[in-house]
Design a protein around this ligand. Structure first.
Ligand SMILES: [Zn+2]
Length: 347
């Protein structure tokens, strides 16, 4: 197991906390001032776990568990789950990430219900787990960008997009169980986190030049990706950025001009579009210290994002090589632990 301590700050929160416990009120007050409010910023941990999703020859997949300092549990995307075409109750490749990976993890951690699920966008490698979860695990609330693709598309995409719309409707029918979120919205998921929506805007991203896109990448694919729910999560001074699957063209022509780029600067980046979709401009804007790409081993070598991220000084993790990757923040420092730190493919 690798354990890396990022040295972003000279402050030692663990020491400060221990000291605070054993001293009196007056001293405590002056120490709080000396620490710049540190003790109040970082009482407990924020943990992000990015799972390794097996290659079932469909999609790519992303599933993150977010465990907040206040003890709440959220998912950002739910991994792969392609309903089987031959068996009504089965899954392509006999895999559903929620059934096979997420819920066993939650049970191991004593989690009995989810405070919320964020779905970045309506593709089965991101919401397939939710299809199974809604019938098997309590979920208080669903968050997404509210995007509905209204253009023409093939049967493959209409089935997938329609399926997600039905799931969203299920949540909408329960009072308070659904929230549509757009750029600038603040989501009050835990009082010790500042969660801000980075994208998409209320009017959504569009593409003025669809004729420039390759035929293999229809609007039902790239526009749904482009309107992924992007989140910036700040815990004390540690910033995470979860951009969903927005693709390179849309990053440069829509996302970067739509927002104060200072908001994109982060310590930990979940690579957009599994690291397959990426741009130099995005690397420059985000400048992460750590990036995590959720992608199968066959995409991992030669992944487009890797050299661009390394060029801005990021340490790159890829689930297909490094396995499960977990980041733990105390609000001032963070550690990163990978299942296979040497990056060996799973045997
Ligand atoms: Zn994806």
């Amino acid at each position: 197991m690798i354990r890396e301590m990022a040295t972003r700050s000279e402050r030692k929160p663990d020491l400060a906390k221990r000291d605070l416990k054993i001293i009196g009120g007056a001293v405590l007050f002056s120490l709080l001032i000396a620490c710049g409010g540190l003790a109040a910023d970082a009482p407990d941990k924020f943990t992000l776990t990015c799972f390794e999703i097996p290659d079932i020859q469909r999609g790519a997949g992303l599933a993150l568990v977010l465990q907040t300092p206040g003890g709440k549990t959220y998912l950002y995307d739910t991994g792969n789950g392609y309903p089987s075409k031959t068996n009504a109750s089965g899954w392509a490749g006999d895999h559903n990430t929620a059934r096979d990976i997420i819920v066993p993890f939650l049970k191991e951690h004593g989690v009995k219900e989810l405070d919320g699920v964020f779905i970045s966008h309506a593709h089965y490698d991101h919401f397939g787990g939710l299809v199974w979860l809604v019938d098997h695990f309590p979920i208080k609330k669903l968050y997404d960008s509210g995007y509905v693709f209204a253009g023409e598309s093939s049967v493959d995409y209409t089935g997938e997009l329609g399926h997600y719309t039905k799931l969203r409707e299920q949540f909408k029918q329960r009072p308070g169980a659904y929230q549509e979120a757009h750029t600038g919205d603040k989501l009050a998921i835990d009082e010790r986190l500042v969660v801000e929506v980075i994208a998409p805007p209320k009017e959504y991203f569009t593409e003025p030049h669809p004729e420039k896109r390759p035929k293999t990448d229809p609007p039902a694919h790239y526009l749904v990706n482009a309107n992924s729910l992007g989140l910036r999560i700040q815990h004390g001074s540690v910033v995470f950025y979860l951009p969903g699957d927005i693709q390179g063209e849309d990053i440069n022509q829509s996302l970067l001009p739509s927002i104060d780029n200072a908001k994109l600067k982060c310590n930990i980046l979940i690579a957009p579009g599994h690291g397959i979709h990426f741009t130099k401009e995005f690397a420059e804007a985000t400048r992460p210290e750590v990036s995590i790409a959720s992608v199968f081993p066959r995409y991992a070598k030669g992944l487009k994002s890797t050299p661009m991220l390394r060029a801005v000084g990021a340490k790159v993790y890829i689930t297909g090589l490094n396995g499960r990757v977990q980041v733990v923040s105390d609000g001032s420092h963070y550690t990163v632990e990978a299942e296979r730190p040497d990056g060996a493919e799973k045997k």
